[in-house]
Design a protein around this ligand. Structure first.
Ligand code: AMP
Length: 397
């Protein structure tokens, strides 16, 4: 059974075709600059040259049509006809409060995704366009949506209600939702398997540290708290996002420094985080270069702040779970940054976790990185959101 996984952005689209009998990825691709000049599709297949199509793509429907053509292309493709695709799994950022698991797409589900546009104005509209295009091109193929917010719907009220007038929650759905749920679910299930334990007996802290970063407290297999909030701006410092700050700073920017609402939003989302502190880059490789090779003060400060926030969040989650059995690092920085992992765990020896420097010298592979006999184990577990989406899709069809 072959499942096509699609992740639609406003002008880009990532896809993967996965053979679910072996869980092997047959092809991965990226389409960029949809609807603007310079549209391009790049498809990678193991053992073949990159397949690149450069041609105008006026909308998502044109892009998805080209994706299907690339997959069945005689020379560069991996299947002989579209009929081989059993189902399509779509990643959706926001499912609001209604969805605590993945569902088959129907008109009611589409209306619900539409209703969540106000909660995810950058993402949900693009998802809707992508799904509609797929439904038009593949009318007989069942489709599934997998929500980034769904895994966190198990959080208790004390974790997701803000200390604001309660009516804002009741009337306007203002609450913590949390994101990266597919990734937190995947790596927590994976680590339980690696440890040879039932996830229902474990307290796990998952650290998804990429350009966007969030942590999750997974107790007995369910999310009981996570660091992102009403939007993906909350929590630890990120590549360009500020994470948690005193909310009064926002009104100060607007009232005293004459920022427009749009400029303030831009500053918090795109000009802050390690980019804002270092003034160098949002990419951890550039910041680490500046810090380690040139001893750049602000690059060092950006890293220190990032590690401090992650460490503090790990401490908080150990506290609310009454302990922790495993700490997992995943995503771009978590999988590829040994220095980051070591620094985030430094000082947490009192919890019972200590990094083994030799084991920690790993990038992008499943590996236990804590010292032998540590009470709390630390791991690198590469995330695979596409596979998680494909697994859910298979379950539903
Ligand atoms: P993601 O959003 O999960 O794709 O992660 C992107 C982030 O991963 C970027 O900020 C990169 O700096 C970081 N990253 C990727 N490779 C490395 C590496 N080898 N060392 C440190 N950070 C890395």
């Amino acid at each position: 059974m072959k499942i096509l996984v699609i992740n639609c952005g406003s002008s880009s689209l990532k896809y993967q075709l996965i053979d679910m009998t072996t869980e092997e990825s047959l092809a991965q691709g990226l389409v960029e600059k949809i609807g603007i000049e310079g549209s391009v599709l790049i498809q990678k297949v193991e053992g073949k040259d990159k397949y690149i199509i450069k041609q105008p793509m006026k909308d998502h429907k044109t892009a998805i049509k080209l994706v299907l053509e690339a997959l069945v292309d005689k020379q560069n493709g991996v299947i002989s006809s579209m009929e081989e695709i059993s189902s399509v799994g779509h990643r959706i950022v926001h499912g609001g409060e209604k969805y605590c698991e993945s569902v088959l797409i129907n008109d009611e589900v589409m209306a619900d995704i539409e209703a969540c546009v106000k909660l995810a104005p950058l993402h949900n509209p693009a998802h809707i366009i992508g799904i509609n295009a797929c439904r038009e091109l593949m009318p007989k193929t069942p489709m599934v949506v997998v929500f980034d917010t769904a895994f966190h719907q198990t959080m208790p009220e004390e974790a997701f209600i803000y200390a604001l007038p309660y009516e804002l929650y009741e009337k306007h759905s203002i609450r913590k939702y949390g994101f990266h749920g597919t990734s937190h679910k995947f790596v927590s299930e994976q680590v339980a398997e690696v440890m040879g334990k039932d996830i229902k007996d474990l307290k796990i802290i998952t650290c998804h540290l990429g350009n966007g970063a969030s942590l999750c407290a997974v107790k007995n297999g369910i999310s009981i708290d996570t660091s992102m909030g009403f939007t993906p701006l909350d929590g630890v410092a990120m590549g360009t996002r500020c994470g948690s700050i005193d909310p009064a700073i926002v009104t100060y920017l607007i009232k005293e420094l004459n920022y427009s609402v749009e400029d303030a939003n831009n500053l918090l989302n795109k000009e802050s985080g390690v980019l804002g502190i270092s003034g160098i880059s949002s990419d951890f490789r550039d910041i680490e270069d500046a810090a380690f090779k040139q001893n750049n003060r602000r690059a060092n400060l950006a890293l220190d702040i990032f590690h401090y926030k992650v460490r503090a969040q790990i401490g908080a989650y150990a506290a609310i779970m009454g302990g922790v059995d495993a700490i997992v690092f995943t995503a771009g920085v978590g999988e590829n940054g040994p220095e980051t992992r070591e620094a985030c765990l430094k000082g947490l020896e009192f919890l019972g976790v200590e990094i083994d420097t030799e084991r920690n010298a790993v990038r992008g592979k499943v590996r236990e990185i804590s010292k032998e006999n540590c009470k709390v184990k630390a791991f690198v577990i590469p995330t695979n959101e596409e596979l998680m989406i494909a697994r859910d899709t298979v379950k539903l069809i």
